[in-house]
Design a protein around this ligand. Structure first.
Ligand code: CTP
Length: 478
């Protein structure tokens, strides 16, 4: 049978495959096998290259905030609703879990049925609800075993003091406790009880035991109790918090192809002072560089981001050095070496004023003050030409407003980097400050320069695709 060479595929298809395989934690080859298998089974497959044309792709899913629909891909949750006043919030939890594309099977304890009805739970879950250990109508022969194992996660909300005591001591005298004893799936508890019950020595012992047994807990939170005038720690965590905790437990571990690699990234504009209150700047938002930092971190890299002044939150778990001028940026970049990969996405100001005014420049009768400009250090070129500490993979950006590919090729030769990501930043594109980007990746093969043109994507998608391409290249080299 003919074999398939991924390298020879159309670039838009390669970008799609990289995004899809990164999301699913497979190699690109494995992903192709899965797609072919799905097509053989008659599953519809749609591929289009521009966001307006296509149905949600893995790239869309990757760029989705956690907690939005589709995030969990039909994961199965057995939700045990215990008997407490917070049981009514468990109904909202069913909705929150279903919003995340989760299949929810509810089990109600006898006490829970005093607070909510099986009918309301089944109406929200679109599934029958289970209440009895010995249920003649259950479609399962040993119901508690199936409910305990036919799922990816068990959530107990509200987890009452009684239910937790039973769990901690291995009781199995009703359906809920039997499921909890029979399961080999992760368990998430959302305790809810009166603060005195929560602080009681017996509950403390049970909580400690359950934690030792590997049970995960969310809450309880502090606040007012249902009982008039009582407050303290004991309120069940909010449904959204519980759903987010469930999502964290259900989400498959992300592939971490850049684990152990140090990645250095520059982002944003630089500000070059004219006097204490004025500066030269440009319109860069820093979004693309920040997205690359987040994508590299998600791929397992140890990331240092050197950023000029931007209006963005620092990406989590990334070391961020905030700088103002090009010279500060160069100092921080040099201090962050050695690195395995360096990506220069910053829009560094090319010039600064030769002599910065110590005081605010004033209007005078003599007319405008002369502003003499001198050239800033070229950070990308400096790092690309290092002898000892040159990172093995140096990537530059080429922001152009005309003759995109020709200018990018000239820049490639001038800067001495390994790859260049070229993009058209003329005002009509909306790239500067916007959320989308259309890029062309220039790479070298000896003297030959390859240009891969990627479809229009969000800046997060560009970042994910670039990181996937880096991971692929580094993987081949090691
Ligand atoms: N760059 C840099 N230091 C500078 C200028 C640019 O590190 N002083 C980097 C940018 O981060 C980018 C690449 O060089 O990766 C190209 O930047 P760009 O602004 O597109 O080009 P310039 O070098 O400024 O050249 P030109 O003004 O001719 O477009």
């Amino acid at each position: 049978m003919a074999s398939l060479t991924i390298r020879k595929l159309d670039e838009a298809i390669k970008v799609y495959l990289r995004l899809r395989s990164a999301k699913n934690g497979r190699s690109v080859e494995e992903e192709v096998r899965v797609i072919l298998g799905e097509i053989m089974q008659g599953r519809p497959f749609e591929f289009a290259t521009t966001p307006s044309q296509r149905s949600p792709s893995p790239a869309d899913e990757l760029s989705r905030a956690p907690g939005r629909a589709g995030a969990l891909d039909q994961a199965r949750v057995t939700l045990i609703i215990g008997g407490g006043i917070a049981a009514y919030k468990a109904l909202d939890l069913v909705r929150r879990l279903k919003e995340r594309n989760t299949r929810v099977r509810c089990v109600l304890t006898r006490a829970a049925q005093q607070f909510v009805t099986p009918l309301s739970a089944s109406a929200l879950a679109h599934e029958r609800v289970y209440t009895d250990l010995f249920d003649p109508e259950s479609e399962f022969d040993a119901g508690h075993i199936r409910l305990a194992r036919d799922c990816d996660l068990i959530v107990v909300a509200p987890a009452t003091a009684d239910l937790m005591a039973k769990m901690a001591n291995g009781h199995a005298d009703d359906l809920a406790s039997a499921i909890l004893l029979a399961t080999n799936r992760p368990i998430l508890l959302a305790p809810a009880m009166n603060p005195l019950m929560w602080n009681n020595a017996a509950t403390r012992r049970n909580v400690a035991q359950l934690q030792r047994d590997g049970t995960v807990m969310i809450g309880p939170n502090a606040g007012e109790m249902a009982e008039a005038g009582e407050a303290g720690v004991g309120r069940m965590a909010e449904p959204l918090e519980i759903a987010a905790a469930a999502e964290r437990l259900l989400r498959p571990p992300r592939p971490r192809p850049l684990k152990g690699k140090r990645v250095l990234i520059t982002a944003g504009p630089t500000h070059e002072p004219i006097d204490p209150v004025r500066y030269i700047a440009n319109r860069s938002s820093g979004k693309q560089g920040f997205a690359i930092a987040a994508a590299a971190q998600a791929a397992g890299a140890d990331v240092t981001l050197v950023s000029g002044p931007v209006d963005l939150d620092d990406p989590p778990d990334v070391t961020v050095k905030h700088v103002e001028s090009a010279r500060d940026m160069l100092r921080q970049v040099e201090a962050a070496l050695p690195a395995d990969i360096a990506i220069f996405a910053a829009a560094v100001a090319d010039w600064r004023v030769a002599t910065e005014g110590e005081q605010k420049l004033k209007k005078t009768a003599a007319g405008m003050p002369p502003l003499q400009l001198v050239e800033n250090p070229d950070i990308l070129a400096t790092i690309s030409k290092l002898k000892d500490q040159r990172p093995p993979l140096v990537i530059g950006f080429a922001a152009e407003t005309e003759h995109l590919i020709d200018n990018a090729k000239a820049k490639f030769a001038r800067k001495g980097c390994d790859w260049i990501v070229a993009n058209d930043v003329s005002p009509a594109t909306g790239v500067m400050g916007g959320d989308r980007n259309t890029v062309h990746l220039l790479t070298r093969d000896g003297a030959e320069i390859h240009v891969d043109s990627w479809p229009v994507m969000t800046k997060e998608e560009v970042a994910t695709a670039l990181v996937a391409r880096i991971a692929e290249t580094i993987g081949k080299a090691s």
